[in-house]
Design a protein around this ligand. Structure first.
Ligand SMILES: [Fe+2]
Length: 446
């Protein structure tokens, strides 16, 4: 048997709820359909982290900070007791319902570790035979940053930095402090950075993060509230930056832009130092990156430009969604000792076009069902027609081929406009995507 990566999709794309935490029934149904199999044909089902270890971290953190944090402890507990600790039961029940079978007919459930899943999603799908793998994340079970050595079909842990010392959570603290939503507003902070000056870099390095000569770092937890509170930062953090947290949806001032530029520069410094040290420690020519911080494309660009590596590979779904790929790869390569063949050039992601595609008949059926007025054009008429619509400063929704897996629009599902138009960026941001006007678009796809 050999490996063939058939499909990957996120539940949010089917339900249209961003970060939908529900059991991903539609996403699984789609993957099974693409593979042409049923639930009972599956050999292994694997989940990308270990909820019990995560729960232990939560309990230990609360206990070590007790009695402060009791309120957030109470807030977190019902979710854990109600759902997360019974994940195995929930998964079995839902999978059986999906497969229309008895729970006894289901394959065994397996659990990989969070950072191991990230690392596997980076290395096993990369083009390299040997690489150093860096996971730069918020937090999983305990690890926040970890390094691995990947070789052939094996991934070996090298070192890790544990909670609460986390580059991802530091970045999220600034996301929170500048009035954006943690876990989804990090992009906005990155987009805001070019508008500001990095005037707070020294303040951050002198007070918040101690970047050691080796690749480790520690945060001064007296400025943060995420261990015990429902907020990321506290009054001491606000005092350091001369004012309170920005209220969401209020005007963005120069201070937020400067904070964004400063934390961006610190992030780049830490990522760069971590990569440089990893290269020195392992002698590897290539790094593979995953984890939420690896979505910081500006920092990745600096590693490639200034770092010691010949090239770099980043898992396109570097956030937790990609953990599913990694967990599956661990079962195949580590548990089943499945072989891995690479050519040093092309990766296994097929451009991240791993989701469903629309058929012509399906599109026509849906349009007819809604009584939509439409025209079907051959390509030689379609392209000039779309170009004309774009040139008249209109915005076009585009779907072609399979849907991308991961947070980036790569031309599969995109909203396109004329880059020459001075008003296009704000039209798209405000009217179409309902997002802040400063946010950048890709030149090829947005
Ligand atoms: Fe993660």
């Amino acid at each position: 048997m050999t490996e063939k990566f058939v499909a990957a999709a996120q539940q949010e794309r089917f339900t249209r709820k961003k970060h939908d935490p529900a059991f991903p029934a539609e996403a699984i149904e789609y993957c099974l359909e693409e593979a042409g199999i049923n639930v009972t044909d599956i050999d292994h089902v694997v989940f990308y982290d270990k909820p019990l270890v995560k729960f232990e971290r939560l309990l230990e953190t609360y206990l070590s900070f007790a009695p402060s944090g009791f309120r957030s402890f109470l807030a977190a507990m019902p979710v854990w007791l109600g759902e997360k600790l019974y994940l195995k039961t929930t998964l079995k029940r839902e999978l059986a319902a999906l497969g229309n079978c008895k729970q006894g007919e289901l394959p065994d459930l397996m659990f990989a570790e969070h950072h191991q899943s990230h690392a596997a999603s980076a290395f096993f799908f990369s083009p390299y035979q040997k690489a150093v793998v860096l996971c730069l994340d918020g937090v999983g079970e305990w690890a926040t940053t970890s390094a691995w050595l990947g070789e052939g079909n094996r991934l070996k842990p090298l070192w890790e930095i544990d909670f609460p010392h986390s580059l991802g959570l530091l970045y999220s603290a600034f996301t929170y402090f500048t009035g954006f939503k943690v876990n989804s507003g990090e992009y906005k902070l990155m987009g805001l950075a070019p508008y500001g000056q990095p005037v707070y870099v020294d303040l951050i390095l002198d007070n918040l993060i101690d970047l050691k000569a080796d690749r480790t770092f520690r945060l001064d937890m007296s400025y943060f509230n995420y261990c015990t509170g429902l907020m990321m930062t506290n009054d001491k953090f606000a005092q350091l930056f001369g004012g309170p947290v920005r209220t969401a949806e209020t005007e963005i001032t120069q201070r937020e832009m400067d904070l964004a530029a400063s934390i961006q520069q610190v992030t780049e410094m830490v990522v760069d130092a971590t990569c440089a040290n990893a290269a020195q420690e392992t002698g590897a020519d290539y790094p593979c990156l995953a984890g939420g911080v690896a979505l910081n494309c500006v920092a990745n660009g600096i590693v490639l430009r200034d770092g010691p590596f010949k090239d770099i590979w980043i898992q396109p779904a570097a956030g937790d969604a990609g953990g599913a790929l990694g967990a599956a790869a661990i079962v195949w390569h580590h548990y089943r000792d499945g072989p891995r063949t690479v050519d040093g050039k092309s990766d296994l992601m097929t451009g991240a076009y791993l989701g469903p595609k629309f058929t012509e008949a399906g599109i026509r059926n849906d349009l007819d069902a809604y009584g939509a007025v439409y025209r079907q054009l051959p390509d030689e008429e379609l392209f000039p027609a779309v170009a004309g619509i774009l040139a008249a400063e209109n915005v076009v929704g585009m779907a072609q081929g399979r849907m991308e897996f991961g947070p980036r629009a790569l031309g599969g599902r995109s909203i396109i406009g004329d880059a020459r138009s001075p008003k296009m960026q704000s039209v798209m941001n405000l009217k179409i995507k309902y997002r802040e006007s400063f946010r950048p678009f890709a030149l090829g796809a947005g």
